[in-house]
Design a protein around this ligand. Structure first.
Ligand code: AMP
Length: 506
């Protein structure tokens, strides 16, 4: 199918072509006709599939068909997103696709002063993109009315749940007119999200692409077995080989992100870290520097990287493997986007092998092992009780892992053992699958989400600095990657390469 066949207005087609899009992605092919017909849509799709255009294009067409009466400009479309980064990207998409249309949009989120946002709203906007907390604040203060709303988009619904925003989302929904079109997007469908979708969608069409368990065909995946304390050397080595033009590196913790970025800088590779302790400005600066190429490596935690969309990202590196297989799928989906090719490299230490097995089971394929590198880890075997150096001590996963750091061992199938820092019992299937000690369940998402989406109290806006999840201010330190040769310090004599279990077929 072509864009022309989607029955989009010429002004939208021109904008899309100017972006270099030649054919609609599967989610666009499937969702756009129904959305244009005014149907409610349940889209099961993750970022990277082109879902933003799948809802933005039909919305722009609908809104431009009927100009607001008498110069008034009520909000006619609301897009709710879990993070400010995603809100910004969705806002940019509306600006890009709607550049030939006389429509206005605004993006509002917490953690910054509300005055400019209020001023924009007062001038009138057709499309409002918002994170839930700031939206509720502004609604309560009477700056936003949703009485004239025609289309509601809930983006990344599962992430809203993970970040603890579901109650805010429900509150916003209560304020929407009953008669409306609703477009609902989620990468996964845990039971609470199924319930939510049922309660807000009317006779929806379900469209689904790239189930979360399937990794993009265009992403080449490889795993390196390496001891934890050798990961740093391996990363520097790979970056210095010169085959990696740009990389997004994932660490489990904020401190880990800082440390890796600093080490890379020390090794002569321009790098920066982004995570929830960074100020909004620092995060934006790091992202801009990465986009423009002035830094080569961006080191991020999962939550901070959520929604980040960098065109042409060649490599994703999992410095730490995630304990939630879906997280792996989300991470590697940052590369190989919209048909481009990409590479995902994962470092796996002895304690992460169980994570790797879970990932392989989820993606239904074995990840090829790179045997030929100077930091190969030894055959898995008994490990000392604690072999970490002070700098490599276990830490909490970003957002607060009350269960402590890495488990001493990972008994397969134990799932929620004593180390599950998130308070256990997370209603979503995803959290239930988290392994003890690492993830931190609900708490992980909440604190980061509070900072990112609703932010640190800003000037005004947030409710009086109470203990409200939306009222807490983040700290702001700032951290910092490599280039072409053997590591400065030779790796210790590498033990024999690990023996991989023979390929598994699921
Ligand atoms: P999204 O899933 O909405 O975050 O989009 C992921 C990326 O795909 C963005 O960089 C879009 O600009 C890009 N994109 C969306 N639709 C298309 C398309 N039809 N052809 C090529 N790139 C696209």
């Amino acid at each position: 199918m072509t864009f022309d066949e989607l029955q989009l207005h010429d002004s939208l087609l021109r904008a899309v072509k100017a972006e270099g899009y030649t054919t609609p992605t599967p989610i666009q092919t499937k969702a756009i006709p129904h959305a244009l017909a005014g149907k409610d849509v349940l889209g099961v799709a993750q970022t990277g599939t082109g879902k933003t255009a799948a809802f933005a294009l039909p919305i722009l067409q609908r809104l431009s068909a009927k100009a607001p009466a008498g110069g008034a400009r009520p909000v006619r479309c609301l897009v709710l997103t879990p993070t400010r980064e995603l809100a910004g990207q969705v806002g940019e998409s509306f600006a890009t696709y709607g550049k030939h249309l006389p429509l206005r949009h605004a993006v509002i989120f917490g953690g910054v002063g509300q005055t400019p946002q209020v001023q924009t709203l007062q001038r009138g906007v057709d499309v409002l993109v918002a994170t839930p907390g700031r939206l509720l604040d502004l609604m309560e203060q009477g700056f936003v009315s949703l009485r004239s709303l025609e289309v509601f988009v809930l983006d990344e619904a599962d992430r809203m749940l993970d970040m603890g925003f579901i109650h805010d989302v429900r509150k916003v929904i209560k304020a929407l007119p009953q008669k409306r079109q609703t477009l609902f997007f989620s990468a996964t469908m845990p039971p609470e999200i199924v319930d939510l979708s049922r309660s807000i969608l009317t006779d929806p069409v379900r469209v689904e692409v790239t189930p979360v368990s399937s990794t993009a065909e265009t992403v080449t995946q490889q795993v390196y077995f390496v001891e934890r304390e050798q990961k740093r050397g391996l990363l520097t080595h790979l970056l210095k080989e010169g085959r990696i033009p740009r990389a997004l590196v994932f660490t489990r913790t904020k401190h880990g992100a800082n440390r890796v970025a600093k080490q890379l800088e020390g090794a002569g590779v321009h790098a920066a870290a982004i995570h929830g302790n960074k100020s909004q400005n620092a995060r934006e600066r790091a992202l801009d520097d990465f986009r423009t190429g002035s830094i080569r490596v961006l080191v991020a935690t999962d939550i901070a990287a959520r929604g980040i969309d960098i065109d042409g990202l060649s490599h994703v590196i999992n410095y730490d493997l995630p304990n939630v297989p879906e997280q792996y799928v989300h991470r590697i989906g940052r590369t190989g986007r919209a048909g481009a090719s990409g590479t995902a490299l994962s470092f796996c230490d002895g304690e992460e092998r169980a994570f790797l097995r879970d990932i392989e089971r989820t993606i239904r394929r074995s990840v090829p092992v790179v045997e030929d590198h100077p930091y190969r880890a030894g055959r898995p075997g008994p490990r000392p009780a604690d072999f970490s150096t002070p700098a490599e001590k276990p830490e909490r996963a970003e957002g607060g892992n009350r269960g402590g750091g890495r488990p001493a061992s990972h008994a397969r199938g134990s799932g929620h053992g004593g180390g599950n820092g998130g308070g256990g019992g997370h209603p979503s299937g995803q959290s239930r699958r988290r392994r003890g000690g690492r993830g931190g369940g609900r708490g992980e998402g909440r604190s980061e989400g509070n900072r990112m989406a609703q932010g640190g109290g800003g000037s005004g806006g947030n409710r009086g600095g109470s203990q409200s999840p939306r009222g807490q201010a983040p700290a702001q330190p700032r951290p910092a990657g490599v280039a072409a040769h053997a590591p400065a310090k030779a790796p210790e004599a590498p033990p024999p390469p690990p023996r991989r279990p023979s390929p598994k077929w699921f």
